[in-house]
Write a protein that binds this ligand. Structure first.
Ligand code: GTP
Ligand code: MG
Length: 361
């Protein structure tokens, strides 16, 4: 399972966004929670919606991601001159596959910002520093430990220790220059070597600007995600028609939350494939590079173990066939048009593939 974590300073709207994503209805505001909230979020996918409209299955199942809403109270170090994040918080962070930084843009005197100013870009930088300091302190501890251990070490082991020290020093100076470990120039082998440290600035990160309802409708810069967590939370209570009317009034396009989720899925390097049929139309996520048997294994371990071959068709080709001849004949029609292929165990599943797995156990 893939887990994403919501991070950000106090009262930036993490729990509000968590509620918008999961429907969990956790208390927001000054209820400062010290424990993280955990939930699951359905990965909204327009392709799934279209396939489902064609098949009219009994059940439509989106792919899901785990989401963890972390308390902002742990991040007051850089901002307020307080303590750095606790070991417990750092451990929680290190378990996450990606981080979503919720940045406060909305202004509200009743909800003071911990630094008593609204400056989104300063918050982006401060969080960057917070995570960088955590990585630097991990590197320092490790360097000290190696120095201790290598006082009485065999010459043969010294080579490996020296190499590690060398690599850590390079990371240290890169971070010191304001870089992140995401953008550090490392070889594939070096990336593998440092993976076990679970450095925070190595983690993929998405930034979401949480604006007030009055700031909606202003164009977001390229690659930026802007939404109002409060509005999105409130709209969960509305039916589709009411929600659309309210959005129109506030100039808020639909789909900001969906865009954010899709951006996270992409950031994680996940690929989505689909399975279709009259019972269920379903989206699944796999890692980029996963093969057909690995994808089959997401559905059921038996399908991976007994994998024979996969019938593969792109979702939009299948949709077109289905619209021409009806859902029940869609796969046969795709075969006739040579849009459906038979793939073996080495096939690397592509984003948007519809798979039909043939297996035998
Ligand atoms: N006006 C407005 N208020 C918001 C928005 N998002 C959050 N708030 C309010 O800001 C307050 C804090 O929101 P939370 O979601 O609890 O913030 P948090 O980041 O989880 O805070 P901590 O858990 O303390 O770190 C609540 O009163 C929210 O209603 C928004 O988009 N617009
Ligand atoms: Mg919170």
């Amino acid at each position: 399972m893939t887990a994403i974590g919501l991070v950000g300073f106090e009262r930036s709207g993490k729990t509000t966004l968590f509620n918008a994503l999961t429907g969990a209805g956790r208390p927001t505001g000054f209820s400062a929670h010290l424990d993280p909230h955990e939930g699951v979020v359905a990965a909204a996918d327009a392709r799934l919606v279209q396939l489902s409209a064609l098949y009219e299955p009994r059940k439509t199942t989106p792919a899901v991601l785990d989401v963890v809403d972390l308390p902002g109270a742990g991040f007051s170090g850089v901002l307020g001159g307080g303590e750095p994040p606790s070991t417990a918080l750092l451990n929680q962070l290190s378990l996450l596959d990606a981080l979503v930084h919720v940045v406060r843009v909305f202004d509200n005197d009743a909800v003071p910002h911990p630094a008593e100013r609204i400056d989104p870009l300063a918050d982006v930088e401060a969080m960057q520093l917070e995570l960088t300091f955590a990585d630097l302190s991990l590197i320092e501890k490790r360097l000290e430990r190696i120095a201790d251990e290598t006082k009485s070490i065999k010459a043969a082991d010294r080579v490996a220790a020296d190499r590690e020290v060398d690599l850590l020093r390079r990371l240290q100076s890169h971070l010191g220059d304001g870089g992140t470990l995401r953008d550090a120039a490392l070889t594939e082998a070096e990336r593998l070597d440092i993976r076990h440290y679970r450095f925070l600035t190595e983690r993929p990160m998405l930034t979401i600007f949480n604006v007030g309802e009055d700031q909606l409708g202003q164009p977001a810069a390229d690659g930026q995600i802007t939404l109002s967590a409060k509005l999105e939370e409130d709209l969960r209570e509305f039916d589709a028609e009411e929600a659309a009317a309210y959005r129109a009034e506030l100039n808020s396009g639909a789909g900001a939350v969906e865009t954010a989720i899709q951006a996270t899925v992409n950031l994680l390097g996940l690929r989505t494939f689909f399975t279709v049929g009259p019972d269920e139309v379903r989206a699944w996520t796999i890692r980029a590079g996963d093969t057909a048997p690995q994808a089959a294994g997401r559905i059921h371990t038996d399908l991976e173990r007994g994998f024979i071959r996969a019938e593969v068709v792109r979702w939009d080709d299948l949709l077109e066939c289905g619209r021409d001849v009806g859902a029940s004949g869609a796969e046969a029609e795709a075969k006739k048009r040579a849009q459906s292929r038979t793939e073996g165990k080495d096939y690397e599943v592509q984003d948007g593939d519809v798979l039909h797995i043939l297996f035998n156990v």
